[in-house]
Design a protein around this ligand. Structure first.
Ligand code: MN3
Length: 218
């Protein structure tokens, strides 16, 4: 049985309607981003793995974290496309209808402790988004040393390569915002903050902490 988390991968449905993120992100952008861009990553990942049955039981996370163990001829294409699928699934899942919500639970405390305030977190996140040259992502992560950090990655790379665990993320590829914001990436980031699904981010955070504790026990 394929629970969807190994080859052949399929497009994870959007957890909301295309228009759910309006007016911050328009329905057409969400539709193209999910149904076309993400679909292409899914298809290219499956194509890359097709002739390598020994990896057909690897989960998406296995592929994202351990692509370096793959044969050289598919390493880069899996790095880009498994990363593309993983990053977009997390991105779409960690947004919701604009609520103006703020961080909750233990994550709220950790943000306050690490950055001083929610506003200081926003500034750092926006800076990282603007400083990422070309295509990539900005992330709130739990670092290797167990601290909250902001980072950016190019292309479809993930924080796992740096020993960090993702909590929330924003897509700064132009396809994520160009229709509505053209070259104004900063304005898009400002409009992304009210979309953050903080309850989901808290779930991601607690999962990161648990994973870290389990690794330390070993
Ligand atoms: Mn994208």
């Amino acid at each position: 049985m394929n629970n969807g988390d190994h080859y052949p991968f399929s497009l994870k449905p959007l957890p909301y309607a295309y228009g759910a993120l309006e007016p911050h992100i328009d329905a057409q952008t969400v539709m193209l981003h999910h149904d076309k861009h993400l679909q292409t990553y899914v298809e290219n990942l499956n194509k890359a793995l097709m002739d390598y049955p020994q990896y057909h039981n690897w989960s998406l996370l296995d592929l994202v974290r351990h692509y370096e163990e793959l044969p050289a001829e598919i390493r880069t294409v899996v790095r880009n496309n498994a990363g593309g699928v993983y990053n977009h699934n997390l991105y779409f899942d960690t947004m919701q209808t604009p609520s103006g919500g703020k961080p909750v639970g233990r994550l709220a405390q950790a943000i306050k402790m690490s950055f001083g305030s929610y506003e200081a977190f926003q500034k750092k996140m926006k800076d990282a988004s603007l400083e990422q040259f070309g295509s990539g992502w900005a992330w709130l992560v739990l670092s290797r040393t167990g601290k909250l950090e902001i980072m950016s990655t190019p292309n479809q790379d993930t924080p796992f390569a740096h020993g960090a665990c993702p909590i929330t993320l924003v897509d700064v590829w132009e396809h994520a915002y160009y229709l509505k914001y053209q070259n104004r990436r900063g304005e898009y980031i400002d409009n992304w903050f009210p979309l953050i699904h903080w309850e989901q981010a808290e779930v991601n955070y607690l999962k990161c902490i648990k994973g870290r504790m389990e690794r330390e026990k070993r």
